[in-house]
Ligand binder design. Structure first.
Ligand SMILES: Cc1cc2nc3c(=O)[nH]c(=O)nc-3n(C[C@H](O)[C@H](O)[C@H](O)COP(=O)(O)OP(=O)(O)OC[C@H]3O[C@@H](n4cnc5c(N)ncnc54)[C@H](O)[C@@H]3O)c2cc1C
Length: 449
């Protein structure tokens, strides 16, 4: 994605270049065929208020984007007023109180770089250009999340423009219902976030990654081992396994085992990732790197380059799972055997909420020890029919093992699934009817219940 330049303007449907401008708002290069009636690029809060006024006047539903990273392209809805928050991207840091405020259009990598100068940290997303807007609303699984928890747990408040045009602050003390909803409603939030208030953390002193690569013929051995050690891996490490058709170093179908670590010293970092060198299956690995020092921004750029390149078409899906690994192995094997070409991949992350800060009462309420996601990628329109359902079909087959889905990689339009507790979904519905009684804002593309 590109950072926005110049002042934002209003683009009306039917004017030259409209389709191109609208499609450029989406990281996913697919064309879902839907077009908004108008695209409003907000420059400030008053533009947001004006846009909502117009939507009410012209009876248009509103959809919103900040960084456009919704895999499902949730913001591209037929006939809507599409509101761009990309230009509300400023950052203000108060090192004294270890707090910051940031606009929804702020890129994760920009926040991280600004905080580094002050020795401070916030768990931003793993891809540099994912924006705070959508990332935080769905929970936020960021760098260091296995230690500090969901990024939304470090949000102490937010400023929101409501459907009636009022601008309000939401926190524990003010509008607590809205604050509750904003922490997990994801793409079904019923307001426009114009600013986040963040609680910061002390920055790690050492960061880097250790990598181990196996041939896919060892898949069962690798995942069986991983499931023994995974739940007990230090929470300084985001322990993850990627099935890929083109593994690092071997360029064949493989499993990349990543252990990114953020620690308070190099000694602590080395100890946290030592389990890879000491593992009983180490001799089967085609490659084991030492701990490679790398900053968060560097690791984010590499992740984008190797696994999430731009200008591609994607279909993703996912599941939270606590089932024993033996039950997952047939599904994992099929994922590897049927995967579209690289950079398609599948992630298994040991999220381990038992090692994280306790969750407050908030809309987000569904997670598990393991997170499994599938990312199918293709470039040519001609491959659409072949690959567009791959991710959905793999997760549909494994659905009996699933506890629900994460909204980060949601695919609700194609495969509605649970993403929060039923009681929380009911409360979200009730709050939506309070804060947005006329249904101004578009809601989830699909849902259960
Ligand atoms: C390459 C890539 C890497 C990713 N890595 C991670 C990761 O490491 N961790 C993680 O948790 N997720 C990750 N995601 C998922 C990502 O966090 C979500 O898709 C998130 O919604 C993206 O935020 P955005 O603002 O960039 O996207 P957008 O598409 O702009 O936003 C998604 C939805 O959020 C809502 N929304 C956005 N901004 C606002 C606003 N200001 N007010 C109200 N509603 C709003 C809208 O409903 C919108 O459709 C990744 C996605 C991609 C494509």
């Amino acid at each position: 994605m590109r950072r926005p330049t110049g002042r934002g303007v209003i683009h009306e449907r039917g004017t030259p270049g409209f389709d191109k401008t609208v499609l450029a708002t989406s990281f996913n290069g697919r064309d879902p065929g839907h077009r908004p009636r108008v695209l409003v690029e907000a420059n400030d809060v008053s533009d947001v208020v004006e846009a909502l006024k117009r939507a009410r006047r012209e009876n248009l539903k509103v959809s919103i984007f900040s960084g456009g990273h919704s895999w499902a392209q949730n913001h591209l809805r037929e006939g809507a007023l599409l509101l761009s928050m990309a230009r509300l991207n400023s950052i203000e840091i108060d090192p004294e109180s270890e707090t910051a405020t940031a606009g929804p259009g702020c890129w994760g990598v920009d926040l991280d770089r600004a905080l580094r100068k002050h020795g401070l940290f916030f768990p931003v997303a793993h891809a540099p250009d994912v924006c705070l807007g959508g990332f935080l609303l769905q929970g936020g699984f960021g760098w260091g999340g296995t230690r500090v928890g969901l990024a939304i747990q470090s949000v102490i408040g937010l400023d929101v423009v409501l459907a009636d045009g009022n601008v309000v602050h939401a926190s524990d003390k003010e509008n607590p219902d809205l604050y509750w909803a904003a922490r997990g409603a994801g793409p079904g939030f019923f307001g426009v976030v114009v600013r986040y208030h963040l609680r910061l953390h002390k920055r790690h002193k050492a960061s880097g990654m250790k990598i181990q690569v196996f041939s896919q013929k060892h898949l069962e051995d690798v995942y069986t081992w991983a499931d023994k050690v995974g739940p007990e891996v230090s929470n300084l490490v985001e322990f993850q396994l990627l099935i890929t058709p083109k593994a690092m170093g071997t360029f064949g179908p493989g499993i990349e085992v990543f252990a990114p670590v953020l620690a308070s010293s190099w000694k602590e970092a080395r100890e946290a990732v030592a389990f890879l060198s000491n593992s009983p299956i180490r001799s089967k690995a085609s490659l084991t790197t030492p701990l490679i020092p790398a900053s968060i921004s560097f690791m984010s750029l590499i992740a984008n380059f190797t696994h999430f390149p731009a200008n591609a078409k994607w279909c993703t899906d996912n599941m939270w799972v606590d089932a024993p690994i033996e039950q997952l192995l047939p599904g994992l094997r099929k994922i590897g055997d049927t995967m579209p070409p690289a950079p398609s991949h599948s992630l298994l992350l040991y999220w381990n909420p038992h090692n994280q800060p306790e969750r407050p009462d908030m809309a987000f309420s569904l997670e598990a020890g393991k997170y499994l996601a599938v990312y199918g990628e293709w470039k040519k329109d001609a491959d659409e029919a072949r690959y567009a359902n791959w991710a959905t079909e793999r997760m549909q087959e494994m659905a009996p093992l699933s506890l629900g889905v994460q909204l980060a990689d949601e695919n609700l339009g194609r495969r509605p699934a649970r993403f929060t507790k039923d009681t929380n979904l009911a409360r979200l519905d009730q709050l939506r009817s309070t804060f947005d009684p006329q249904g101004l804002f578009n809601s989830y593309m699909g849902r259960l219940g």
